[in-house]
Design a binder for this molecule. Structure first.
Ligand code: ZN
Length: 553
């Protein structure tokens, strides 16, 4: 029935009386369902999110650079349109069908009628489960159809799969989303004309061209080649998370970014230390024999506009691009730390959570610098360890199969913390490790709220349970507050780093599976403590007030 309603609604525009009777019958059933469910929906849905203004210091920008920003924002808005089509379909008809303004806003934030912070639960009556392949494939697609097909284009990152007269057909993005691609390309070219930095100008031109033919490689190369630009623009079909059927299809998104020059300089220094840090990892030599890429660069930015995929549900605070493995091999990759977005999560979520869950006298150790550091070194740590197993099982990613990303995220988290402690020990980084440990602990509470369905959520649960076993923290029964035990924390950090690096190096699927299944779970005590956080009305994520007006442009 639920699927039927979705298909019937648009038809009412030109259908006769009989159809209308049928529709009213369905509406009656829908109302009945709404009434019977209404007791569960008392709180405003938007309470899950809190607002944050996306601004940045633009005073160092030239007049031309300031003129570029609105053009890039316009191009970004086109990505927003495309992402709606990929995630749901017709945006306007969905929003019009929702009467309650709170729920309508919630649908906007989620780019569709499924709650992205709650396992994609539908929140509009009559809407069924979200198709795993979103709108990248026909709704009735079977996995085997794609797998068996000889048409390689069906698996392309940049095509939509359609059924035409019973046959599966791959339609390139630049054809399917022609209007939006062309509009974005035109804006990007206008911006390119204003760009003084040669690298940026070249990248923008190539990116515009790529949107016209879906050949992104050259623009990705050009993006890696540009180093001195003050403005950056990530745009196009990029990440594949939205395609939960295969992970083949890239979803559209955009970030308009202002580089934080001073922080970026500091980060470059740490990236240069990577090879030495790899040698110091606490595992036998065979697990650290690969050389971490030195070509990669690491920069801090303020984001001034999010659009599409990255703006849906939980907001990204660090990116690692490009995804094209050829480009990565030739040019390395770039890690972008989104400082103002991190600050938003820190102030609006992490600090309030710690007031509920962290021992009072340790709360002074929750600092933005430590939060920024932990997040930054998470990204650095992805480059450490090994990508190939040590025993001929091929790539780590292939050997660990469906558990590979939870293990990889867990590695980056714990090795990130380990890196901070190493750099502090050898005087490269000035910080109080207590700040980093306590902030890290509070960070776990923030991340497990995303649930055990995501790789990040699983990784955090594993760590929480591992830390608990090792006494890295203790919980005060009377207050329900958690206290970090610094010495045990340090030992547990090293031990978990070793455990994960070995699982990856050995390509040990069984160990990975048992770690995820036994430790990657939410136990009753934690569930109760998180319920306290929810009762305190602490939002799960942020939405942005953004655009030219907010920026004063
Ligand atoms: Zn990561």
């Amino acid at each position: 029935l639920s699927k039927g309603i979705r298909r019937l609604v648009p038809k009412t525009k030109n259908s006769g009386g009989r159809m209308k009777v049928f529709i009213s019958a369905i509406l009656f059933v829908m109302m009945a369902i709404t009434l019977s469910c209404s007791h569960t929906a008392k709180q405003p849905m938007m309470k899950k999110y809190t607002k944050f203004k996306l601004t940045s210091d633009l005073s160092h920008l030239t007049p031309n650079q300031k003129k570029m920003i609105p053009l890039l924002i316009d191009a970004a808005k086109e990505m927003d349109e495309v992402f709606w089509m990929q995630a749901y379909g017709d945006k306007e008809s969905l929003l019009k069908s929702i009467q309650d303004p709170d729920k309508r806003k919630f649908a906007e934030v989620n780019y569709g009628p499924w709650d992205r912070l709650d396992g994609l639960k539908p929140f509009v009556v009559g809407i069924g489960v979200k198709p795993k392949g979103a709108r990248f494939y026909p709704a009735d697609i079977k996995k085997e159809e794609i797998e068996k097909s000889k048409n390689k284009d069906l698996k392309s990152l940049y095509t939509v799969v359609k059924r035409v007269k019973g046959e599966l057909k791959a339609v390139p993005y630049h054809v399917e989303y022609k209007k939006q691609h062309l509009a974005a390309a035109a804006k990007i070219e206008q911006a390119a004309k204003l760009a003084k930095d040669r690298g940026l100008r070249r990248y923008l031109r190539l990116r515009a061209k790529a949107l016209r033919n879906d050949k992104y490689k050259r623009s990705d190369m050009a993006w890696m080649d540009m180093k001195r630009n003050a403005i950056d623009f990530v745009v196009g079909p990029i990440e594949t998370y939205e395609d939960q059927l295969f992970g083949y299809k890239a979803a559209h998104e955009a970030y308009v970014l202002i580089k934080d020059v001073e922080w970026s300089k500091r980060l470059t220094r740490y990236a240069a230390l990577l090879p030495g840090l790899q040698k110091g990892l606490p595992v036998p030599a065979k697990y650290k024999r690969e050389k971490p890429g030195r070509k990669s660069d690491l920069n801090a930015y303020d984001v001034v506009f999010y659009a599409g995929d990255c703006n849906a549900g939980a907001k990204t605070i660090a990116i690692n691009l490009p995804n094209d493995e050829d480009v990565q091999l030739k040019k390395g990759s770039r890690r972008l730390q989104l400082k103002n977005a991190m600050k938003a999560k820190f102030e609006k979520i992490l600090v309030p959570i710690s007031k509920e869950l962290i021992a009072e006298d340790q709360r002074k150790h929750i600092t933005f610098d430590a939060f920024f550091g932990n997040t930054m070194f998470h990204e650095v740590a992805h480059g450490l360890g090994i990508k190939k197993t040590v025993n001929g099982k091929g790539k780590v990613r292939t050997a660990l199969k469906e558990h590979s990303s939870a293990i990889e995220e867990g590695k980056a988290d714990i090795l990130g913390l380990y890196l901070v402690s190493e750099l502090v020990k050898n005087g490269e980084y000035k910080a109080d490790m207590k700040d980093h440990y306590v902030t890290f602990m509070a960070g776990i509470f923030r991340s497990v709220r995303f649930g055990s369905s995501s790789s990040h959520g699983k990784a955090n649960l594993i760590r929480f349970n591992f830390f608990k076993e090792k006494g890295a923290f203790s919980r005060d029964e009377s207050t329900g507050h958690y206290r970090v035990n610094y010495d045990q924390m340090e030992a547990a950090m090293t031990e978990l780093s070793q455990k994960i690096l070995k699982i990856q190096g050995d390509g040990n699927y069984e160990s990975a599976k048992s770690l995820v299944q036994t430790m990657g779970v939410m136990r009753p005590q934690l569930t109760k403590d998180l319920a306290r956080v929810n009762r305190a009305g602490i939002p799960v994520d942020i939405i942005f007030e953004q655009g030219t007006t907010v920026l004063g442009l």
